[in-house]
Design a protein around this ligand. Sequence first.
Ligand SMILES: Nc1ncnc2c1ncn2[C@@H]1O[C@H](COP(=O)(O)OP(=O)(O)OP(=O)(O)O)[C@@H](O)[C@H]1O
Ligand SMILES: [Mg+2]
Length: 316
Amino acid sequence: MADALLSIAHLAKAYGALKVTDDLSLDIPEGELHAIIGPNGAGKTTLIRQLAGSIPSDAGRIVFAGRDITRTSVPARVRLGLARSFQITSILAGFTVLENVALAVQARSGSSFRFWGRVADEAALNGPAMAALADVGLAHRARTRASLLSHGEKRQLEIALALATGPRLLLLDEPLAGVGREESAALVALLAALRGRLTIVLVEHDMDAVFQLAERISVLVYGRVVATGTAAQIRDNAEVRTAYLGEEASLCCWLSRAARRSTATARSSTASASRSTPARSWRCSAATAWARRRRSARCSASCRRSAGASYSTAST
Ligand SMILES: Nc1ncnc2c1ncn2[C@@H]1O[C@H](COP(=O)(O)OP(=O)(O)OP(=O)(O)O)[C@@H](O)[C@H]1O
Ligand SMILES: [Mg+2]
């Protein structure tokens, strides 16, 4: 793709014999919101980490804004305009919301900063930090200690941290994970507002959100892109339905059974989601997020056994 902002060619990453990213090629044009979906363990977070530069790639090439960044450091990638939010929260709980974002602004600008001083006192950092907070609807929480935010607000703050670095490309790894229905709707609205302003790579298990937001979707299975296309093309793709949706269906059925057995560990919202929608893969984001927390050999084995299983859903 000639005008791709991000061009990934034959990217590879293995841990021992396990090929986690397997000859993966993908072009993402400037301004696109591109979702990457796939079963647990498909290699989505690994790909995000390779793109962000936090792990090296074994082979292949990553070109961003016309520059080969395959071996570029994380700080240099950030300075080039590539920002990442994390699947696991990266917020400094003891700092205020504003201080968290000001630190992210400082990381990009490289301004001098006294670590034991009050970072938010640095006027040059406050302006961009407040702008990022306003972008995500958190300006009114600027002086609040980050530990006091709700889970959904923490995810908003993580997006603000990424925005504070002034990115052209935003890498989001499961921004809706573990978030309740109302806060999830607010985050989806936030991502919809960001769409078009910058290029976004969105890894997400919440299929409703993915199909609502993404201009194109790539499906990752065992480190390979098995399909790329619009939501309609992905829904109709036979290989996706067998390789990916079959696994999700099985996973959700497994979760449904597990949720009925579990009385203590599952959060009530995710447990009720898995109970009420045992057969619909498109609705299982909360359940799969919960499964990830409880990741077990049994779950993966169940997924792998069901690869290739026929599957149908009310949405098709
Ligand atoms: N540092 C590591 N060492 C060994 N194996 C790893 C390492 N990191 C990831 N893996 C393995 O690589 C595979 C892909 O992991 P990854 O976290 O990228 O999957 P994912 O698609 O993000 O899954 P999920 O949807 O559960 O977040 C998994 O089998 C995982 O166990
Ligand atoms: Mg992941």
